[in-house]
Write a protein that binds this ligand. Structure first.
Ligand SMILES: Nc1ncnc2c1ncn2[C@@H]1O[C@H](COP(=O)(O)OP(=O)(O)O)[C@@H](O)[C@H]1O
Ligand SMILES: [Mg+2]
Length: 272
């Protein structure tokens, strides 16, 4: 059974449909990116997987839970199994790197020991391991507001990993970063995916990173999936369709789009 299964799914706000009747199946361990212009519904779709945006029509199952009928307690338990990373990091800035990462473990710790920040030797080792995975161990005791944007995002990823989630949802995790930090953060997400087998679904603005790091790319336009397949098959026609370009436009001239060499794009959705 898939980790995420959407059937004829529409998501939105009040009665406004943003995601319009999509079908999507994501298996365990995939590293998938959702690309598309601003306003097409990338965040709406991603946050729908966490039941933050509402289902208007259709069905959505995540980790075996039907999000159309899920109750409050079940939802809380489901969200503990899903790590979320935002563009704006969402760290507690006055706390140290160590304590921010440790906060990811809260749902696995008794309340009292969490309140007094009491960690067992095993928990110290575990947090240290996560700091090493994201390469931030040198800054363990630094306050998070002293870190660069790239470092903050790596702490946010370590905190998500500390949650021991089955899925990480990342909403434009590198949009506010310089190219070197962005690459670093993408490599860290890849490490989380490969080392722990966490399924990663990430919205990305940068097509070149989607091509380089992801197993699979979903192209969204007007709330519909217009491409679903491996990055190698994401040709000029698909890119034009996703970004609303006239195909006679020079795709290579758009900074979002590399010159495309693969040539033969199979129209619309190509299931890998
Ligand atoms: N909280 C909200 N309430 C109402 N409309 C919203 C809300 N958030 C986003 N939208 C609308 O949904 C559409 C898709 O937004 P979004 O999913 O954020 O797109 P993207 O992430 O691709 O830029 C936009 O028209 C946006 O204005
Ligand atoms: Mg968005």
């Amino acid at each position: 059974m898939g980790h995420i299964t959407a059937e004829n799914l529409s998501l939105g706000y009040s009665r406004k449909k943003v995601i319009r009747g999509i079908d999507l199946h994501v298996g365990k361990g995939e590293f998938l990116s959702i690309i598309g212009p601003s306003g097409v519904g990338k965040s709406t779709l991603l946050m729908g997987l966490n039941a933050t945006t509402s289902i208007i029509e259709g069905r959505l199952k995540v980790l075996g839970c039907d999000l159309g009928t899920i109750g409050h307690h079940q939802l809380k338990a489901l969200r503990a199994r899903i790590g979320v990373i935002f563009q704006g990091f969402n760290l507690v800035s006055r706390l140290s790197v160590f304590d921010n990462i440790a906060s990811g473990m809260l749902h696995r710790k008794p309340l009292l020991s969490a309140l007094v920040k009491h960690y067992s030797p095993e928990q110290y080792d575990e947090i240290y391991e996560y700091m090493k995975v994201v390469g931030i161990e040198q800054e363990a005791l630094s306050r998070c507001d002293r870190l660069s944007g790239g470092q903050k995002q790596r702490v946010a990823i370590a905190r998500a990993i500390a949650q021991r989630p089955e899925i990480i949802l990342a909403d434009e995790p590198i949009s506010s970063l310089d190219p070197v930090s962005a690459r670093n953060v993408m490599e860290t997400l890849r490490e989380a995916n490969e080392k722990y087998g966490i399924t990663v679904v990430s919205n990305l603005h940068q097509l070149d990173y989607a091509r380089e790091f992801c197993h699979r790319v979903i192209g969204l336009n007007h709330g519909r999936i217009v491409y679903d397949g491996p990055p190698e098959r994401l040709g000029a026609a698909a890119v034009a369709q996703i970004y609303n370009q006239d195909q006679t436009d020079q795709v290579g001239a758009d900074p979002l789009c590399d010159p495309i060499t693969s040539g033969s794009f199979q129209p619309a959705v190509c299931q890998a």
